[in-house]
Design a protein around this ligand. Structure first.
Ligand SMILES: [Fe+2]
Ligand SMILES: [Fe+2]
Length: 209
């Protein structure tokens, strides 16, 4: 019979948890786990708002290049038309953002949006992973809706921030874009539910034989 030692013999080292004296609280002070802010960190909501504008400005510009590629890879004429229409809308949104920068007395500057970069890359890999036709169309819709949802979340936040800082005119402009993104998302859902997903599912049957 094996004898097991009771586990209670080890002496626990108790870390001195108590009363770690707070270092002089300054902007750069970080305690464990807290991200250290860059020197360029936003000091208030207005600055954070302008940073957000730069981010989505990059994203919209990137989309003006990504959408034509998606349209070329789509086969459903309805889907092609929807993407092309949203391209025109997106180009207009770029201009609208430039106007919002102007309202804020800021230069229109694009700052790389890692999220949109990733979403566009994901769209590209979905195209690589599907044969051209209904299945790729369904994939393109899925990728596009992720993009629209990211935009909806972003513009929703920007509208709220603009209102909070009293930039009503900017809020109105951004609300227009938010509505367009919601409409684009709905159009894509309709296309998916009405035809494209079913056409893609038909491919299952033909490949099962
Ligand atoms: Fe957009
Ligand atoms: Fe969009």
């Amino acid at each position: 019979m094996a004898t097991t030692k009771p586990k209670t013999t080890t002496t626990k080292k108790t870390p001195a948890k108590t009363a770690t004296p707070a270092k002089t609280a300054s902007k750069t002070t970080t305690t464990r786990g807290q991200v250290k802010a860059k020197n360029s960190a936003a000091e208030g909501l207005t600055e954070l708002f302008v940073d957000g504008l730069k981010d989505i400005y990059w994203a919209e510009k990137a989309l003006t290049k990504a959408l034509p590629k998606m349209a070329k890879n789509a086969t459903s004429p309805e889907l092609v038309a929807a993407i092309e229409e949203h391209l025109t809308v997106t180009e207009n949104q770029v201009t609208r953002l430039e106007q919002v920068f102007e309202m804020m007395g800021e230069k229109a500057v694009a700052k790389k949006c890692d999220a949109m970069d990733g979403l566009i890359k994901e769209g590209e890999s979905i195209m690589e992973e599907t044969e051209i036709g209904a299945v790729r169309d369904a994939g393109i819709i899925g990728a596009s809706q992720k993009i629209e949802h990211y935009e909806i979340a972003t513009y929703g936040t920007l509208v709220a921030w603009a209102k909070t800082i009293g930039e009503e005119e900017a809020a109105e402009q951004l609300q227009m874009t938010l509505d367009e993104e919601k409409e684009a998302d709905m159009t894509l859902t309709e296309k998916a539910y009405n035809t494209i997903n079913f056409d893609a599912a038909d491919e299952d049957d033909s490949s099962e034989e």
